[in-house]
Design a protein around this ligand. Structure first.
Ligand code: NAI
Length: 386
């Protein structure tokens, strides 16, 4: 797994095609495989258009050179010379296990096998292999060519010697790698849960309506998109399923509990922008609801959601999910947060954050609002949690 490796990518959908583009633009020979011929053809056409556009804008010297390094293959046997294979197929453990087991019969002994899974355990995928030590997670963000973050996830079985070269390779691809434990949601999909969940909870309780919460989070909180606009954009089929999977994977910890408001959208087929309707109505001529720009209410909303987000980050640090630096990098580079959550805690003050959480806990008596022991210790001892 180095500069000269042939890179194999399995799955030519949104993520696989993007990852293949990144690897080819970094100078690698890339093989892209999909078991659906139409999907592979579509990826080939799209990549041709995207690379030509980059060349036209002066961001790429030669689209032709990059395309010449890419092969769109209909047979997995062609992967025999790969130094690294990245899997980006359907999010199903049984299918991924089958593909990894098959792949191992094709590649050489020192080929590294990576999964781009968002929600499955890398350890369970590695367990399908005869040599699970060569398996790790490389989790890119959508769209892969634009988003800098890559979460590197060693499985329980992963050979530790692979990690420095994985980090180095991702840096060579122009990415910002972070290292994280193989736990549900890794960093980003774990820390970001309250951004959606607590916002929906505030709406369900009738504390504020949808446009007001979005207004508060963007105008006062400084986030690029409000939670409702963002989940409509991501699609409720994707966002709700991630929430539900994370909730189940955390043994039903109430901190990650999904909401009925979002589940009903999914059941109604109101998946967001792509279906014309989600939390908002995107059909032409539909009137858009107006936010109540009450500053005091806006601040209350932001503090509540922010306290929950920071609590996730502090607790992840306490549980050694990643370093403080990587936890902050993940949120700024993976989901464009205006600040890292730990840096935000420093700025706001751990005591203020704890006060908001304790008030919520005292109001609701729900375990959902329990503060991380590290946040509590930090405040009690007046120390830095780093
Ligand atoms: P997608 O549905 O756009 O593409 C998946 C592709 O895999 C399809 O073209 C399909 O034909 C192909 N495929 C399915 N089974 C296959 C098999 N057995 N062998 C070969 N090809 C097969 O999916 P997307 O969004 O690209 O996601 C792929 C993976 O990346 C999933 O594990 C997902 O969780 C993960 N991911 C997705 C992100 C996103 O925002 N879409 C972000 C980060 C990770």
């Amino acid at each position: 797994m180095d500069n000269n490796s042939v890179i194999g990518v399995i799955g030519s959908g949104a993520m696989g095609a993007g990852i293949a583009q990144v690897a080819a633009m970094a100078g690698h020979k890339v093989l892209l495989y999909d078991n659906n011929a139409a999907a592979l053809e579509k990826a080939q056409q799209n990549l041709g258009i995207i690379l030509q556009k980059l060349q036209d804008k002066g961001k790429l010297q030669s689209a032709g050179d990059v395309l010449a390094r890419m092969m769109f293959v209909k047979d997995l046997e062609t992967f025999s010379d790969c130094g690294l294979v990245i899997e980006a197929i359907v999010e199903r453990l049984d299918v991924k296990k089958e593909v990894f087991a098959k792949l191992e019969q094709i590649v050489t002994g020192d080929c590294v096998l990576a999964s781009n899974t968002s929600s499955l355990s890398i350890t369970s995928i590695a367990a399908a292999c005869k040599n699970p030590g060569r398996v790790l997670g490389l989790h890119f963000f959508n769209p892969a060519p634009l988003m800098a973050l890559v979460e590197i996830i060693p499985a329980v079985q992963t050979d530790g010697k692979l990690l420095p070269s994985a980090r180095q390779l991702m840096e060579q691809w122009g990415k910002t790698p972070v290292m994280t434990k193989d736990t549900p949601g890794f960093i980003v999909n774990r820390l970001a849960r309250p951004f959606y969940g607590e916002a929906i909870r505030i709406y369900e309780e009738g504390i504020a309506d949808i446009p007001t919460i979005d207004w508060a989070m963007t105008e006062i909180g400084g986030f690029r998109m409000g939670p409702f606009t963002l989940t409509d954009y991501i699609g409720h089929d994707v966002n709700y399923v991630v929430t539900e999977t994370v909730f189940q994977s955390f043994f039903y910890d109430p901190r990650y509990k999904p909401s009925f408001a979002q589940k009903r959208l999914l059941e109604a087929g109101w998946l967001g922008r792509k279906t014309g309707r989600g939390f908002y109505n995107y059909t032409e001529g539909a009137s858009q609801p107006v936010p109540n720009k009450d500053e005091a209410l806006g601040r209350q909303i932001v503090y509540r959601i922010l306290a929950m987000l920071i609590n996730e980050a502090v607790d992840a640090l306490y549980l050694n999910i990643a370093s403080a630096e990587d936890l902050d990098l993940a949120m700024t580079k993976g989901v464009n947060y205006p600040k890292g959550l730990l840096a935000w805690c420093d700025e706001w003050g751990a005591a203020n954050c704890l006060q908001v959480l304790d008030e919520l806990y005292n109001n609701y008596h729900e375990d959902r609002y329990r503060a991380s022991v590290l946040l509590r210790k930090t405040v009690a001892n007046k120390t830095d949690f780093r």
